[in-house]
Design a protein around this ligand. Structure first.
Ligand SMILES: O=C([O-])CC(=O)C(=O)O
Ligand SMILES: [Mg+2]
Length: 216
């Protein structure tokens, strides 16, 4: 069975601008959910922020990936669940080439990727569970586009904000993203005077508060 829902509205460009100033791991200091686990980037440095187009495929059949990538919009991120099959690749050179041509800014694949050198040559950034020669096929079995999916233990809904950089991936809701970006910027800016103080003999443990736990 194939399901195809319309793509969700795209995220406000102000979200992309605000998040491009900050790091995913700054959010990691502040909360514990929304970070897909076990996925690795195909290059570093890397950074992309965009609107999730989600795809769920069964282990063998990447029919829905090809259809979704064809229909992607500039600024989208393709987010793929492989129904628990982490070993096969559904995303190689031609899929990456097409995605890039459509203006897709990156991909998150809860499976492997292939055509490593070719994808690198296109400069197309993606996160996956690594590289594999064992791939999916166009088998016409089943698949779903723009349904909630699970990647690296995180539920991603169509229209969610995908915020990825060299440190990892964070999945945000559009209505929280601007406020989060502001908090992350404040936190990162606070490190500027801290670095200056440390250079002149100041204490890291005092800055972080760690010292408070060692005062006997
Ligand atoms: O065709 C696929 O599904 C994967 C692949 O090798 C490519 O994208 O070039
Ligand atoms: Mg190929």
């Amino acid at each position: 069975m194939f399901t195809q829902n319309l793509s969700a509205p795209q995220i406000d460009p102000a979200i992309v601008d605000a998040l491009s100033e900050v790091c995913t791991s700054t959010l990691g200091h502040l909360r514990d959910h929304g970070f897909p686990r076990g996925l690795v980037p195909n290059r570093r440095p890397l950074k992309f922020i965009g609107t999730a187009i989600t795809v769920r495929i069964p282990h063998l059949d990447s029919t829905a990936v090809h259809v979704a990538v064809d229909q992607a919009r500039p600024g989208d991120v393709i987010v793929i669940e492989q129904s628990g099959d982490e070993q096969r690749s559904c995303f190689g050179g031609l899929v990456s080439f097409t995605a890039k041509e459509r203006g897709v800014v990156g991909a998150i694949i809860d499976g492997k990727s292939n055509d490593y050198d070719e994808v690198l040559g296109y400069g197309f950034p993606l996160y996956s569970r690594g590289i594999a020669a064992h791939t999916t096929r166009i088998a016409g079995i089943e698949g779903a586009i723009n349904v909630p999916v699970s990647v690296g233990g995180v539920v991603v809904e169509p229209g969610d904000v995908v915020f990825a950089d060299s440190d990892g991936i964070a999945i945000l809701k559009p209505d929280e993203a601007l406020e989060i970006a502001k908090i992350l910027k404040q936190k990162e800016d606070a490190e500027i005077p801290a670095r200056e103080k440390i250079q002149t003999g100041g204490s890291l443990a005092e800055y972080s508060g760690a010292i408070n736990y060692f005062n006997n």
